[in-house]
Write a protein that binds this ligand. Structure first.
Ligand code: TIU
Length: 226
């Protein structure tokens, strides 16, 4: 059976959304990255650059769920014993407080700690897979690809943080695995405005070398929400 197609305005050209074949992948909307007083802010980052994505993501997720479609969530983090933490990642940045150390919301980027969890506004619902990933990309060392294949998913709408780090890495990994990715400008954020702009340009350049860039309002309209 041919899947139904809804045309979503996007760059570099319209995205042919097949809702039943598409997963909404929300990247790393974790308290330590987004909340005032978290690890991200402790490092001197401006969390307001990320917090502007919360409301658009909340509205999109609500419409996506109302349409009965598959949403998935990722979290960057490590086992409490840190056996999955590459030594290079542990020491990178030469910070005094690094991954696994006690931070403002529990041990930094450790599974089970408060700061590692997803912000309450976007709390995963029962039945929505949560992918715990040790790297920046959501496919590296996770079962995401298997989960998507079992549900015949071939497209991803990608949102979350941060645009040039975990979102870009994940889109590149997905693209190499054969997924079409639509990244939503208003639902992805970077601590650095110039990386937000360039991170999106890199995705849609050269005829959509890694994917498409669109907006949440157009996706919500395409799935009959709003
Ligand atoms: N989720 C994600 O992008 N993790 C990061 O490490 N982001 C930074 O910007 N550091």
């Amino acid at each position: 059976m041919k899947a139904e197609v809804a045309v979503v305005p996007a760059e570099p050209y319209a995205f042919e959304l097949m809702p039943d074949r598409c997963g909404l992948l929300i990247i790393d909307m974790q308290r330590d990255f987004l909340e005032p007083g978290g690890f991200g802010e402790m490092l001197g980052n401006d969390v307001s650059q990320l917090r502007r994505t919360i409301e658009p993501n909340r509205r999109l997720l609500q419409a996506w769920r109302a349409a009965g479609l598959l949403a998935l969530h990722t979290r960057e983090g490590h086992r409490p014993d840190l056996t999955d933490l590459p030594p290079a990642k542990k020491v990178r940045g030469r910070g005094t407080t690094t991954i696994g150390d006690e931070g403002p919301m529990g041990r930094i980027l450790v599974r089970g700690e408060a700061g590692h969890d997803i912000i309450p506004e976007l709390c995963p619902a029962a039945g929505e897979p949560v992918i715990d990933k040790p790297g920046k990309g959501a496919f590296h060392a996770t079962d995401l690809h298997s989960i998507l294949q079992h549900r015949s998913i071939s497209q991803l709408i990608v949102t979350g943080v941060t645009t040039e780090v975990c979102v870009n890495t994940t889109v590149r990994e997905a693209n190499d695995r054969g997924y079409d990715c639509l990244v939503l400008e208003d639902c992805v954020g970077s601590y650095f405005p110039e990386f937000q702009e360039m991170g999106l340009k890199m995705i849609k350049a050269q005829g959509g070398i890694f994917g498409w860039v669109g907006s949440s309002a157009d996706v919500i309209a395409a799935i009959g929400g709003g």
